[in-house]
Design a protein around this ligand. Structure first.
Ligand SMILES: *Cc1c(COP(=O)(O)O)cnc(C)c1O
Length: 394
């Protein structure tokens, strides 16, 4: 080999990273997250079609809800058309009103802030922890102590005069955040916690499933999530009244009656169709296998990246109870300027890698809202690269 013209550092990193992905996945190309249908999907879908109950009435919906409740350990599960609708509904049922504030991460998918906007409330952005990318409880507490006070059991933002009604932490890429600490703060400041567990089906925190720590939890079954129903979501909760209210509002607020159409509130057509639930029932049977294969992929990546410089691969020593929905590479400080070149290089090499989301507070419709300093979010979001993570890769 001719060493007179060495690769420059950037090209060297691109080729090392692409090589490590090739080595770990044993493929020449890979998508970010492709679903795999190896179980009873065809069988249940055919059964669903044969029954003619393809829409929001049907046995697969209740079966799917029952199985989600069992798996997560929640008392109730209410299946919805997607995770965003579940978040929207959860905020309504929690009683978030117009012109109130909801504490949300900026390091997240845009659906959190959008759901807050749907109820005409204001997102209030909290910075993330460097350790797990979720809302940092230490920063949150210091911030609330500084800017808020609890009057008559209601948390008021002294700077804006608005009520702070809810907190919506998220388990980023499936990695559990400091959810117990966050729940303690929410309780202390009289704020309702709704967990966005959209990405964390199969992730636990101290042996309790993510999404079961707050008043409600929300999980997504979009095509790129750990298991999929095509499109779909669910609200999980232990509260009977909340469950009833969520179910009622998700089915156009129609009163139970043998034939009459009586609606007593402005409801939503948010219930998951039976076809999607049939797919979900089959996918849920595959979940243990999917989780095992993600663990295996994590250890393949860990080996493959062990000698690559200037990066850190986040493995199970960082996140012992994660579902490893998306495998994550963190560029070292000072290498963020290579991120886009690395992403483009990997895509060119056949591997669909992706950056983290643009921080939500930097999007045009969400600038100029209350927030903590967001330096961790800004810094980390420039350094994260998600790797191909689907179960088909092991
Ligand atoms: C996927 C996702 C959602 C939304 O779920 P959809 O089913 O796509 O509507 C919400 N929040 C987070 C963090 C997500 O990753």
């Amino acid at each position: 080999m001719n060493y007179d013209m060495p690769f420059c550092e950037k090209e060297f990193m691109i080729s090392e990273i692409a090589d490590a992905i090739r080595k770990a996945t044993k493929r020449s190309t890979a998508q970010l997250h492709q679903p795999v249908f190896n179980g009873n999907e065809w069988l249940y879908l055919k059964d669903c079609l044969d029954s003619s109950f393809v829409s929001s009435v049907g046995t697969y919906v209740s079966e799917f809800e029952k199985k989600i409740a069992q798996y997560t350990g929640a008392v109730h599960a209410i299946a919805t058309v997607n995770g965003t609708a579940a978040l929207h509904l959860a905020l309504i049922v929690a009683g978030v009103n117009a012109d109130e504030e909801v504490l949300v991460p900026s390091m997240t998918f845009v659906a959190n802030a959008n759901a807050v906007s749907y109820v005409n409330a204001k997102p209030h952005f909290i910075d993330c922890s460097e350790k797990n990318f979720g809302i940092d409880p230490i920063l949150l507490r210091a911030h609330l102590e500084k800017i808020s006070e609890v009057r008559n059991g209601i948390c008021i933002n002294k700077e804006t005069g608005r009520i702070i009604r809810a907190l919506v932490p998220m388990h980023v890429f499936g990695h559990p955040c400091d959810i117990i600490e966050l729940k303690e703060i929410a309780d202390e400041f009289q704020i309702i916690m709704i967990e966005d567990a959209a990405e964390s089906l199969g992730s636990f925190y101290r042996e309790k499933h993510t999404g079961t720590f707050g008043r409600m939890g929300v999980i997504s079954f979009n095509g790129n999530k750990t298991i999929t129903t095509g499109g779909g979501g669910v609200i999980i909760t232990n509260d009977d009244e909340i469950a009833e209210s969520a179910r009622f509002l998700s089915t156009t607020a129609k009163e139970q009656h043998p034939y009459a159409y009586v609606h007593t509130k402005v409801g939503y057509n948010y219930r998951m169709p039976n076809l999607n639930a049939a797919l979900g029932c089959a996918q849920l049977e595959e979940l243990p296998k999917i989780l095992r294969s993600k663990r295996k992929l994590t250890s393949e990546y860990k080996n493959a990246f062990s000698r690559v410089k200037n990066i850190q691969f986040l493995d199970d020593s960082n996140f012992p109870d994660s579902n490893f929905w998306l495998q994550t590479l963190l560029l070292n400080e000072n290498y963020s300027q290579y991120r886009d070149a690395i992403i483009e290089g990997c895509i060119e090499a056949g591997f669909q890698v992706r950056p983290a989301w643009s921080p939500i507070h930097s999007l045009p419709m969400y600038s100029n809202l209350p927030s903590t300093k967001l330096s961790n979010t800004i810094n980390l979001s420039k350094r994260i690269i998600n790797l191909p993570s689907g179960m088909g890769l092991t």
